[in-house]
Write a protein that binds this ligand. Structure first.
Ligand SMILES: [Zn+2]
Length: 188
């Protein structure tokens, strides 16, 4: 332990000496160089050149236009990145309250909640025909229901995963069209 501590101390002292030596050699020359640079810049700025007023005005006008364009572009980028659709995380679709999250910028699978009491919904398959006449996937519908308050959705065409996909397409459409912003405002 003590040996290790000694070694650390020795290394520290050596490093401090090297740093001091480097500083003593280089810093004055760097400072001198900086001072000369500042001096020549000052001389350049305070010197006068014979330039026609029209050329000077044109240059200034061009510079101002460039600055204006750059500022406009920066504002646009800022506005585009500010209220992102990633804030859109719930909505009522097909009469059901859906909530979801994002993995990066990609929509994750939404989950269904009761629009009346906010309990997570259950679902069951229903057939549009008497069970004896049912063929595979024929007119299959899904009904969402709440075991807490007894709320029940209209029968929705397709199996559970079909409905999830339909909801995801709706979320995607509303996110891209900007419709989600009015949904968020309605909630406030
Ligand atoms: Zn409920």
């Amino acid at each position: 332990m003590a040996d290790k501590k000694d070694r650390w101390l020795r290394n520290g002292i050596v490093l401090a000496f090297i740093s001091a030596a480097v500083t003593a050699v280089f810093v004055p020359s760097v400072l001198k160089w900086l001072w000369e640079l500042l001096l020549s810049l000052w001389r350049l700025l305070t010197s006068t050149v014979g330039i026609p007023v029209w050329l000077l005005s044109l240059t200034v006008a061009l510079l101002l236009a460039l600055l204006y364009q750059a500022a406009k572009r920066a504002m646009k980028t800022l506005a585009a990145s500010a209220p992102s659709f990633l804030a859109y995380r719930e909505d009522i679709i097909f009469g059901i309250h859906w909530r979801w999250s994002y993995v990066g910028n990609t929509l994750d699978e939404p989950h269904e909640f009761c629009p009346d009491c906010d309990t997570r919904l259950l679902f069951r398959d229903e057939y549009g025909m008497p069970p004896g006449l049912v063929t595979r996937n024929f007119n299959l519908q899904t009904v969402f229901f709440c075991e807490h308050c007894g709320w029940q959705s209209q029968p929705l065409d397709g199996e559970h995963h079909d409905i999830i996909n339909r909801v995801m397409r709706q979320i995607d459409r509303r996110a891209r069209s900007g419709e989600w912003q009015s949904t968020l405002q309605k909630k406030r």
